[in-house]
Design a protein around this ligand. Structure first.
Ligand SMILES: NC(=O)c1ccc[n+]([C@@H]2O[C@H](COP(=O)([O-])OP(=O)(O)OC[C@H]3O[C@@H](n4cnc5c(N)ncnc54)[C@H](O)[C@@H]3O)[C@@H](O)[C@H]2O)c1
Length: 243
């Protein structure tokens, strides 16, 4: 069973060096054809989404190229980290010119799996599910929210923005009808594991859960959890007074 995505033990990450310096391994040896076979470090993945956001806005402004310095400043990291991250994708840029915005944007989108269609079903139309369903920003980041599902008959049929709440008692039918291939769980903790099991049977292999409970999924199913309370506790740990 697979609890959450494990990173390979040899994850490369410039920020993980004890002295804060980028590692010196020959990253130039990594070519695009190899990238598909390996997992990118989690910290790199999260920075890539930042670079993509910056590139999208540069493209909208009609910029043709961008230096690692420009990307670094906009993403809040240093240029060496940008170059290192992009080299892991096989993108090296040109000295004096930098990176071609449209090409790099396409390259990062491909690496992040954003060139395929992601159709997201949100399960749980309570406080959180409604807020997520009402947020318009997912579409321009590559995610189409196609269904909002709840098991409460009083909620089924209600309209939230562009979506009408679907009946969660026939989950498989809703997932098939709306051709969802990614699911967000915004249900109480007790409902999350049975739903995960049902979703796996429906063929869903990408699940993001907000339920504050450990979940088990079989190998091959990607599960991520968001736990704001844990994040706040970590923040409190770092921010506490130490006298
Ligand atoms: N991680 C976070 O940052 C964060 C923040 C807020 C809430 N949460 C968690 O998110 C979840 C939802 O929170 P909320 O405040 O929206 O709760 P809520 O009680 O307002 O909504 C939960 C909804 O899930 C529905 N539901 C229950 N079982 C279901 C099932 N089997 N199938 C379909 N729908 C089902 C309920 O009918 C209800 O409408 C909770 O687990 C909560 O702890 C997480």
């Amino acid at each position: 069973m697979n609890e959450e995505r494990a990173l390979p033990i040899d994850s490369l990450d410039a920020t993980e060096m004890p002295d804060g310096l980028p590692r010196q391994e020959p990253v130039a040896a990594v070519r695009p054809s190899q990238v598909a076979d390996r997992q990118l470090p989690e910290a790199t993945l999260s920075r890539l989404t930042g670079y993509l956001r910056v590139l999208t806005s540069l493209q909208a402004d009609g910029q043709h190229s961008a230096s690692s310095g420009v990307l670094a400043e906009a993403a809040g990291v240093n240029p060496a980290i940008v170059r290192k991250d992009l080299s892991l994708l096989g993108s090296y840029g040109t000295r004096g010119v930098g990176y071609v915005v449209s090409e790099l944007s396409q390259h990062i989108s491909k690496a992040l799996g954003l060139t395929q269609e992601w159709r997201v079903a949100i399960i749980g139309a309570g406080n959180l599910g409604r807020a997520l369903a009402g947020y318009g920003g997912f579409r321009n980041r590559g995610f189409d929210v196609v269904a909002l599902i709840d098991a409460d008959p009083q909620l089924v049929g209600q309209r939230i923005g562009e979506l009408v709440i679907s009946d969660g008692t026939d989950l498989a039918a809703v997932i098939a009808r709306d051709q969802a291939n990614m699911v967000v769980l915004a249900v109480p903790a007790a409902a999350a594991q049975p739903l995960c099991d049902e979703l796996v049977k429906c063929g869903i292999s990408s699940i993001l859960s907000f339920a504050p409970v450990p979940l088990q999924v079989p190998a091959g199913v990607h599960l991520r959890k968001v736990d704001l309370a844990t994040e706040l506790q970590i923040l409190a740990y770092h921010a506490q007074d130490v006298d």
